[in-house]
Design a protein around this ligand. Structure first.
Ligand code: PHB
Length: 402
């Protein structure tokens, strides 16, 4: 081979590899693929898959390789190892996932050291985004829903007294703080706050709810992480005859997760929740999303709020990839998302440039039985552009560190 041909071949190879490198984006996805959160992980994994499928034109010319790592039990230990390995061994361009707050809290120092955009697609403890400048959240905080519900419980439901039962870990404490602050500002009184087990296993809620029943509040506000915890909450509420005793069950939408709703039966009818998403939302993006989901995974399947957090998180990643021309420098990628706006299946969303947290619509929903004999979410009221009030008010753990 002549010298000139060899040089040309090397140059052609260099061009093709650099083009290929620029096109491929490696996403490290940390989710609990096994254990108590496995169903949530599947919902989120599918949310990402659907985003990439439904938005193939927006994604071009990039290709996304998703490297999945199992965070297992929600205690932070495995999530930390996963983040470390994704950054140092797999050399990912971006990190994403985190169902449970302890996993995102434990990962924060590594996320900061890794300097890569890290998109929180579920974990909802408010202060998490303060723990690393590389965290951007497309899911929610418990303050978004619980603070809004505190206001609505007093003003719309006319409740005077409430008992709060919550899973005893950071997002549960946030839901208690947010609900109590807003409810009491509007004239209500939280007469008891009952820690009710943790996220790692579904407890028997009977003793906690019996205590609440004996206190005769107007409403029982419950936060538990979505999944089997939510089903157990509604079943125990029904088994103790609390509805007949005149106590209304309310909570963030985590307790009526779409994938669990039909299994809750008639006991769920009348439940009032506050959330940013339900699969019945009537808008064009959601109709397309739900239809594509059912076509892909079966008529009885449904997306839920965890799927949407992942779908929107993938949209955020794709935006950052285009904005940085595929380079995905962490600082530039985060910067590109400050003030980013997107029309999601949940409605319009934005990333707050001050806090890197989501701004979205909160819907006050009631569970109703439809003419099809199935349970549905009926929107009673909505508030647009809801910010995370924990950070807006610099409340307790959200106050900037001195
Ligand atoms: C959390 O751990 O932050 C979490 C998990 C599941 C939820 C909500 C919050 O439904």
């Amino acid at each position: 081979m002549s010298k000139r041909i060899i040089i040309a071949a090397v140059a052609a190879f260099a061009v093709s590899t650099s083009a290929a490198l620029a096109q491929e984006v490696k996403v490290g996805l940390i989710l609990p693929f096994t254990g108590v959160g496995a169903e949530l992980a599947q919902q989120m994994d599918r949310g990402i898959e659907q985003y990439l499928k439904l938005n193939a034109n927006e994604v071009k010319p990039y290709t996304f390789t998703i490297i999945k790592r199992d965070s297992k039990a929600p205690n932070g230990a495995e999530a930390k190892v996963a983040v470390q390995e994704l950054l140092t061994q797999d050399k990912v361009d971006v990190l994403a996932g985190w169902v449970y707050s302890p996993d995102a809290i434990a990962s924060a120092p590594l996320v900061t050291a890794g300097k890569k955009l890290s998109v929180i697609m579920n974990a909802g403890t408010s202060f998490i985004t303060n723990l690393s400048p590389y965290y951007v959240r497309t899911s929610f905080t418990l303050w978004h829903s619980s603070y809004a519900l505190g206001e609505a419980a007093a003003k719309t439901l006319n409740a005077k007294t409430a008992v709060v039962a919550y899973s005893d870990y950071p997002p549960g404490k946030d839901s208690l703080d947010g609900f109590k602050l807003a409810f009491e500002k509007n004239g209500g009184k939280v007469i008891d706050a009952i820690p009710a087990g943790g996220p790692g296993a579904v407890p028997d809620f009977t003793p906690f709810f019996q205590r609440a029943k004996d206190e005769h509040p107007d409403v029982l506000f419950v936060f538990v992480p979505a999944g089997d915890h939510a089903t157990a909450v509604v079943k125990t509420y029904a088994a103790l005859g609390m509805k007949a005793a005149g106590i209304k069950l309310i909570g963030p939408g985590d307790i009526v997760q779409d994938i669990k709703l039909q299994g809750m039966g008639d006991a769920a009818v009348g439940l009032v929740t506050m959330h940013h998403y339900n699969a019945d939302l009537d808008n064009a993006q959601n109709k397309a999303f739900v239809a594509a989901w059912k076509a892909a995974y079966g008529a009885d399947s449904t997306p839920d709020f965890t799927s949407v957090g992942a779908y929107d998180g993938m949209a955020a990643i794709v935006h950052a990839v285009h904005a940085t021309n595929g380079a995905m420098d962490g600082d530039a990628a985060v910067k590109s998302l400050l003030g980013w706006k997107y029309v999601s299946p949940q409605g319009p969303i934005m990333i707050d440039p001050e806090t890197r947290d989501i701004v979205m619509t909160e819907y006050l929903d009631e569970v109703v039985k439809g003419p099809d004999g199935k349970l549905h979410e009926k929107v009673i009221d909505k508030t647009e552009n809801v910010k995370d009030e924990c950070k807006a008010l610099a409340f307790g753990p959200c106050a900037p560190k001195k």
